[in-house]
Design a binder for this molecule. Structure first.
Ligand SMILES: [Zn+2]
Length: 311
């Protein structure tokens, strides 16, 4: 079967053995390219099939999203509803160091499966993954009624964070850098930035976005770091962060909240608001064009928000 791997020559679609082992065989319908995939490929990570945002059908034709977190289920973090912080051997993520969903088929542990809500198309369901990342960040922010929220960054996760917040009744604005992101934010009904905010979610993950987040926060405000910093996090110093006594909160992946899987919350958000998938998925490519798909996903000027590979 065909699968997407990184090589010394960059992203390639190659022929690999059919997956075996115990678990449920899923024929992948669509897999999204995440900014992290682009970062990891650029950093030269090889040796596994890419793709941690994907959904497909089992041999009986039932549609599932695959929650890519691999965990043991026995440690304190797992038992506390935080499998994303699992400390047991074998914890990790499908598509990051272990084979993921940019392939025609994958065999996954049964516990990773999430049945799709009826109104969510399996070819759009890869958005559940970034949707859950976004949902988790809004929860980590612990926004109280009447507080104002700003999301800095108009890519997939930023727009989904704004959607998750609005869904929870929080007044949310979005600051985006590129024209097509501003157009998407407007189409989804989010306001432009004005004044200062109780909570700012940094969904861009750059030195500039962290500085902008600190500037936009009110004194005593909170910043949620959602963008990925592979190296150090360049948090602004005393003139802003300390003088304002800002609180920094980290947020990564997703888990359970009050016993409910956050991927399930994200699935119902997407099913209830079909405009999200229509606006966010800007490009779809067959698996043989994965190299071009990654190129478009990496080029912020190309007008892409979410680029999807359909095996
Ligand atoms: Zn665990």
């Amino acid at each position: 079967m065909r699968a997407v791997v990184n090589t010394d020559d960059g992203i390639r679609t190659v022929e690999v053995d059919e997956p075996d082992g115990t678990g449920v065989r899923i024929s992948v319908a669509a897999a999204g390219i995440c900014g992290t995939d682009v970062q990891l490929a650029g950093a030269g990570l090889t040796g596994f099939v890419y793709g941690h945002e994907f959904a497909g059908v089992d041999d009986a034709g039932r549609a599932y999203f695959v929650e890519p977190t691999l965990y043991g289920g026995e440690c304190e973090e797992c038992r506390g509803g935080n499998p994303q912080r699992c400390t047991e051997p074998g914890h990790g993520n499908l598509g990051v160091f272990s084979d993921g969903g940019m392939a025609e088929t994958i065999v996954v542990p049964e516990y990773t499966l999430l049945e799709l809500p009826p109104r969510l198309d399996v070819n759009d369901a890869c958005l559940i993954e970034p949707g859950a990342v976004a949902w988790h960040a809004v929860r980590r922010a612990q926004v109280r009624p009447g507080e104002r929220l700003l999301v800095v960054g108009g890519a997939t996760i930023g727009l989904l964070a704004a959607a998750a917040a609005e869904h929870q009744g929080i007044d949310t604005d979005v600051e985006a850098r590129h024209e097509h992101q501003l157009a998407a934010a407007e189409r989804l009904g989010f306001g432009r930035p004005s004044g200062h905010y109780d909570v700012v979610i940094d969904a861009a993950g750059s030195e500039t976005s962290l500085a902008r987040s600190a500037d936009a926060a009110r004194p005593g405000g909170r910043i949620v770091s959602l963008g990925v910093y592979l190296d150090m996090m360049p948090v602004p110093g005393s003139a802003v962060s300390q003088v304002k006594e800002l609180t920094y909160v980290n947020s990564i992946a997703y888990g359970r909240y009050d016993g409910v899987r956050e991927v399930e919350q994200a699935a119902s958000l997407l099913a209830g608001e079909p405009e999200l998938a229509r606006t966010l998925i800007t490009h779809r490519y067959p698996i043989d064009d994965a190299r071009e798909a990654f190129r478009v996903a990496a080029d912020r000027e190309a007008g892409a928000i979410k680029v999807v590979i359909e095996p």
